[in-house]
Structure formats: C-alpha cells, structure tokens
Design a protein around this ligand. Structure first.
Ligand SMILES: Nc1ncnc2c1ncn2[C@@H]1O[C@H](COP(=O)(O)OP(=O)(O)O)[C@@H](O)[C@H]1O
Ligand SMILES: [Mg+2]
Length: 247
C-alpha cells in the first residue's frame, strides 16, 4: 500500500482537483482508494460527498474514535472528510506529545484495506502537513505552469528537506505534477519546458480544462462527469505512471 500526499504551499495550484481525480483514476484501474481531506477549507470534501459529516479528519487525528468510523463510502472511493473543527483544533494538536505522528498511528489499522491512500494537504507547513509527511510513503507536488511557480517550487523543495529528514527519512518524491498547462500561452509552455529540463521526476502534465473546474456541481469524478475531457485523459495518464512506479 502507498500513502501519497499532495502538497504545495501555494493555494489554487490544483492539489485538491488532483487528489480527487488521481484517486478516481486509480479506482477505475480497480484499486481500492481512500482519500483524506486534511485541509480545514474542506474543498476535497465538498467535491466528493453530499453526506452529512459527523466524524472527520479531526477525530482521526485526535484518535477519538476508530479510523473506520471516520470513513464515508462513496461510489468511486472512500473518503475521510474535513470539517471546520480542523481549523480550530490546530492549537490543541500542537500541545500534544508526538503531534506529528497522530495520522501515521491512526492509519496503521487501515493498511490492509486500501491499495492507495491519498492525502490532500493545506497550503502551509502546518501541524496537519507535518502529519501527512510523516504518514506518507510518497509525495506528489502539483505545480502550476506559470512563472511564479518555478521559484516557489525550489523554495518548497528546500523547505521540505529538513522536516522530511527528521520525521520520515524514507519519504519519496514520486513526482512533480505540472498543472493548468495552457498551450495557447507562451509563458505556460515555457514554464512547462523549464520543469522538464530541471526535474527528472516530472509526471505527465494536466492541461487547463474547464470541465475540471465544474467538478463540484455533481459530486462525481471527472471520469463520470466527462470521460472524454482533456482533464479525464490527462489524469488517466498520471494514474498509469503511478501504477508503473515500483515500490
Ligand atoms: N487543470 C485545470 N483546469 C482548469 N481549472 C482547474 C484545473 N485544475 C484546477 N482547476 C481549478 O482551479 C481552482 C484551484 O484548484 P484546486 O484543486 O482547488 O487547488 P488547490 O487545492 O491547490 O488550492 C479550482 O477552482 C479548480 O476547479
Ligand atoms: Mg485545496
């Protein structure tokens, strides 16, 4: 089983869309998938479920109930949703011993139930992100194809080095995922080319696609919403690469 965190300290780069769509793509390949929303904003939860949320990633982190009791079962994947309680619990969690290991411990009992667990991180190096980094086997860094992203990416990789070494020396960067590639804009293509030159572990790019921005409407994945869209095709290719990557 792999536990993959999707992380970038910048908001709006496609972390949540990618967690949702890669999860659904892997599910289409017959894999058993759990998504975890660790962002107090709860966008992944909004995209994924209409259900009433009783237990969330907050209860999971504080070990208040069993992980199984936090799970909502949707058609394409299971999800542990976020709730606004997560935002207000940050201070409290910071006062706990072993605060960075809460998620890792909580997920132990789920290891045999899933092929992949994907974690949607908040856009900061908060205690939630540290929990995700500690619990994960792999990291995917979505990176928007725009100029400011190049500098942001170097900063992110430099900043991550220290906590990764301390908390989880085995964590692998599975890949950098170029997002919102806009073929009509020179700058977008140029940033993508620079990413290709500078990073060996680049995943196939996700083109800008309006269907992806409509995902919240029907609470289904891009593959159910419009399987012929560029968004569906691009995320399908990313899933193929993830399935090919050896442990
Ligand atoms: N490839 C894409 N094409 C068009 N819109 C996208 C694409 N990826 C994400 N979006 C939109 O961009 C916004 C930010 O994406 P989101 O996944 O929420 O980013 P993050 O989680 O990094 O903040 C959302 O409105 C989303 O629908
Ligand atoms: Mg998000």
């Amino acid at each position: 089983m792999k536990i993959i965190s999707l992380l970038n300290f910048k908001g709006g780069v496609g972390k949540t869309t990618s967690t949702h769509s890669i999860g659904a793509a892997l599910s289409n390949f017959g894999k058993k998938i759990l998504l975890i929303d660790l962002d107090p904003q709860g966008t992944l939860t909004f995209l994924s479920t209409d259900k009433n949320i009783e237990n969330s990633s907050t209860e999971l982190l504080f070990h208040k109930i069993t992980p199984e009791e936090c799970i909502l079962k949707e058609t394409e994947f299971d999800i542990i949703p976020s709730s606004i309680k997560l935002a207000t619990s940050e201070l409290e969690l910071n006062g706990h011993y072993g605060k960075e290991f809460k998620l890792k411990t909580a997920l132990e009992s789920l290891k045999d139930s899933y092929d992949y667990i994907l974690i949607d991180c908040p856009p900061s190096l908060s205690v939630f992100t540290l929990n995700a980094l500690t619990a994960s086997t792999d990291l995917i860094i979505p990176c928007e194809c725009e100029l400011a992203s190049l500098e942001g990416l170097e900063l992110l990789l430099a900043t991550l080095g220290t906590p990764i070494k301390a908390l989880n020396p085995d964590l692998k960067i599975l890949g950098i995922l170029p997002t919102k590639l806009d073929g009509r804009k020179n700058i977008s293509r140029e940033v993508y080319e620079t990413l290709q030159e500078e990073h060996k572990n680049l995943l196939p790019p996700i083109r800008i696609n309006s269907k992806l921005s409509e995902l919240g409407i029907e609470k289904v994945s891009i593959f159910k919403y419009d399987k012929n869209s560029n968004g569906a095709k691009d995320y399908f290719k990313v899933a193929q690469v993830i399935l090919d990557v050896k442990a």
